[in-house]
Design a protein around this ligand. Structure first.
Ligand SMILES: Nc1nc2c(c(=O)[nH]1)N[C@H]1C(S)=C(S)[C@@H](COP(=O)(O)O)O[C@H]1N2
Ligand SMILES: [Mo]
Length: 314
C-alpha cells in the first residue's frame, strides 16, 4: 500500500516535499519498467501529488552527487530583497505575490512579447536538472531544479544579429520586498550573460525544484540557473529579459566592481579579494572540498572562454 494513504498511521504534515519527490521518482521508474503499472491505484497517486507538480524528464547534464535536502535549499538563501542574512528569505519571502506574473522579453529581437508566467512555463518541455549551485562565499549545494533551456525562449523571440548579450531584471516592489529599503544593491537586481553563455544548453530557465513550483525564497516564479558561475549570476523572480548589443551592467558589479566582475565563472585559481575561492563547504557537510574549475562543468563550457584571460575577465 502506498505510504501516502493517510490511514497508514502517517499524517499529511509528516510528509515532506522530499518524500513526495522521491516517491514520484520511484513511481516513474517503476512505471517505466513494469507492465503492471496501471494496477497502482490512481487514488494513492493523487494523494501523493502536491499542487504544481512538474514532470520533467531527467537531463543528461545531471550530477549524481547527493542532493541537498529541501529544508537546506529553502532555509539557507541569498535574496537581498528579503534581507541579507541567509535565513531572512525563508522568513520574509512569503510576502512575494507570484500570480499574476508576467515576463517581458524585448530588445534586439523580431518578436518582443510579454508572457504570462503560466504560458511561459509551457513554452518548452520541462526537464529535471540536478545541478551544483556554487555561491561566491565558498559554499555549495546540489539542487534538483526544474525548467527548460533559456535558449528555447531566446529562439522563440527571434534574436537579431545585434543581440550580443542578455540582461535579466528581477522584480523590485517595495510593498512586497522589505529589503529594498536598504540600499545594499542598486535595485532592481539585474544580471547579464553573453549571448553564447545564454544559449548554452546548461543555462536553465527555472520554474521549480524538487518536483514542485519554486519556493519564493528560491526565486519564484521564474529564475535562471547558470551552474558554472557563482550563484549571484542566477537572478531570481525575473520580470524582464532584454536582448542587448553591449555588455549590460549587473547589480553586484555596479555595487562592488573590484570584487564582482561580469563573467563570474567559478574559478578556484582566482581569489575573491576578501577570501580564497579554492575550496568550498557543501551545505550539510563538515569538511571543505576542492572547488572545481567551472564548478565541474568545464567539458560543456570551457570552449566559451578560449583565449580569454580569466584572471582579467573574472
Ligand atoms: N533578485 C535576486 N536574485 C538573486 C540574489 C538576490 O539577492 N536577488 N542573490 C543571488 C545569490 S548571491 C545567490 S548565491 C543565489 C542563491 O540562490 P538560492 O537561494 O536559491 O540558493 O541567488 C542569486 N540571485
Ligand atoms: Mo551568492
Amino acid at each position: 500500500m502506498s505510504r501516502f494513504t493517510f490511514d497508514a498511521g502517517i499524517t499529511p504534515s509528516e510528509i515532506t516535499p522530499e518524500d513526495i519527490y522521491r516517491d514520484r521518482r520511484r513511481f516513474m521508474a517503476a512505471a517505466g519498467t513494469l507492465m503492471g503499472a496501471s494496477l497502482i491505484p490512481d487514488l494513492a497517486l493523487a494523494a501523493a501529488a502536491p499542487a504544481n507538480v512538474f514532470a520533467g524528464k531527467a537531463s543528461r547534464y545531471n550530477t549524481t552527487e547527493t542532493e541537498n535536502t529541501f529544508d537546506q535549499i529553502t532555509h539557507y538563501n541569498n535574496y537581498y530583497e528579503f534581507g541579507t542574512d541567509k535565513t531572512d528569505p525563508g522568513e520574509n519571502a512569503g510576502s512575494l505575490k507570484t500570480r499574476p506574473w508576467s515576463v517581458r522579453v524585448e530588445g534586439e529581437c523580431l518578436k518582443p512579447q510579454t508572457f504570462d508566467i503560466d504560458s511561459l512555463i509551457k513554452l518548452a518541455p520541462m526537464e529535471e536538472r540536478i545541478y551544483r549551485l556554487r555561491c561566491v562565499e565558498a559554499w555549495s549545494m546540489v539542487i534538483p531544479w526544474e525548467g527548460f533551456p533559456l535558449s528555447e525562449l531566446i529562439k522563440h523571440v527571434q534574436p537579431t544579429a545585434n543581440a550580443k548579450y542578455v540582461e535579466f531584471t528581477s522584480l523590485a516592489d517595495p510593498h512586497q520586498m522589505p529589503g529594498l529599503a536598504e540600499r545594499v544593491l542598486d535595485w532592481p537586481y539585474s544580471e547579464g550573460l553573453r549571448m553564447d553563455e545564454a544559449m548554452n544548453p546548461l543555462t536553465l530557465l527555472t520554474f521549480g525544484l524538487y518536483g514542485k513550483a519554486l519556493p519564493n525564497q528560491n526565486g519564484a516564479p521564474v529564475r535562471v540557473v547558470v551552474p558554472w558561475k557563482y550563484g549571484f549570476k542566477s537572478a531570481k523572480s525575473i520580470v524582464k529579459i532584454r536582448l542587448v548589443s553591449s555588455q549590460p551592467g549587473t547589480a553586484w558589479n555596479k555595487s562592488v566592481p573590484s570584487e564582482y566582475g561580469f563573467y563570474s565563472n567559478v574559478n578556484p585559481e582566482v581569489d575573491h579579494p576578501r577570501w580564497s575561492q579554492a575550496t568550498e563547504r557543501r551545505i550539510g557537510e563538515f569538511f571543505r572540498r576542492k572547488t572545481l574549475m567551472f564548478n565541474g562543468y568545464g567539458d560543456y563550457v570551457a570552449g566559451l572562454y578560449k583565449g580569454m584571460d580569466l584572471k582579467k575577465y573574472y
